[in-house]
Design a protein around this ligand. Structure first.
Ligand SMILES: *[C@@H]1O[C@H](CO)[C@@H](O)[C@H](O)[C@H]1NC(C)=O
Ligand SMILES: *[C@@H]1O[C@H](CO)[C@@H](O)[C@H](O)[C@H]1NC(C)=O
Length: 200
């Protein structure tokens, strides 16, 4: 059997000291708030999730109204483009989200953000960057954030839900958008959104 060399013994002792130091510093973290503005070690997951139930999958369905015409426009062009295809155009939106395709049906929330028409030089694809803020019942004030590519002439477009706030903390999922109605002369559109969300 080979003899353990002096340097191996020293390396082992140093390794044990480092491990002890790591263990000690993590348990110290648990007792105090730490010194920086970020805490990652020793954070009690149960505490963080306090008041949150088990993760579940929910399906939300509503209608998104992009209105350029009339007195109550919810969409406005903020960046114009010289391109014939519209490449580079950006619109800001505060679009109502309703329960039914009819704008006068129950208001569930608003889609606030902007989208680029288009972000593609070839296919007619939008870049959507918007927060859905809900206004009903327990969801009032909670948001989800959608950031995705939207080739609007496809029957169904899929966009990621990249996060959320309030009841939708830690949310992730995707949205399926399909155009219900589009008026090419005004640009007004009604789009059905089906959002599949993993959240607590
Ligand atoms: C605009 O909104 C107001 C308040 O909600 C409403 O009374 C009015 O009828 C709307 N006008 C149009 C043209 O939709
Ligand atoms: C939603 O929250 C806002 C602001 O906190 C409040 O003014 C409003 O009445 C609430 N709506 C509902 C339906 O609870």
């Amino acid at each position: 059997m080979a003899r353990i060399s002096r340097s191996q013994v020293i390396i082992n002792i140093i390794a044990i000291i480092v491990i002890m130091w790591l263990l000690f510093s993590v348990s110290a973290d648990e007792e105090e708030d730490g010194h920086g503005f970020v805490r990652s070690g020793g954070m009690d997951r149960k505490l963080l999730l306090l008041g949150l139930k088990r993760e579940k999958l929910s399906h939300f369905r509503f209608y998104w109204h992009d209105i350029f015409s009339g007195a109550n426009a919810s969409a406005v062009n903020i960046i114009k483009s010289a391109s014939k295809t519209g490449f580079g155009t950006v619109n800001m939106i505060d679009d109502p989200l309703t329960e039914k395709p009819d704008l006068s049906s129950k208001l569930l929330g608003r889609a606030q953000g902007f989208y680029g028409v288009t972000s593609s030089q070839g296919e007619f694809a939008l870049l959507m960057a918007m927060n859905f803020v809900f206004v009903q019942g327990k969801y009032n004030g909670s948001t989800i954030t959608i950031l995705g590519r939207n080739p609007v002439f496809n029957k169904v477009r899929e966009m990621p839900v990249i996060g959320g706030s309030g009841l939708f903390r830690f949310a992730r999922g995707y949205a399926h958008a399909s155009t219900y109605k589009f008026d090419p002369s005004s640009g007004d559109a009604i789009v059905e959104y089906n959002v599949f969300l993993l959240h607590y």
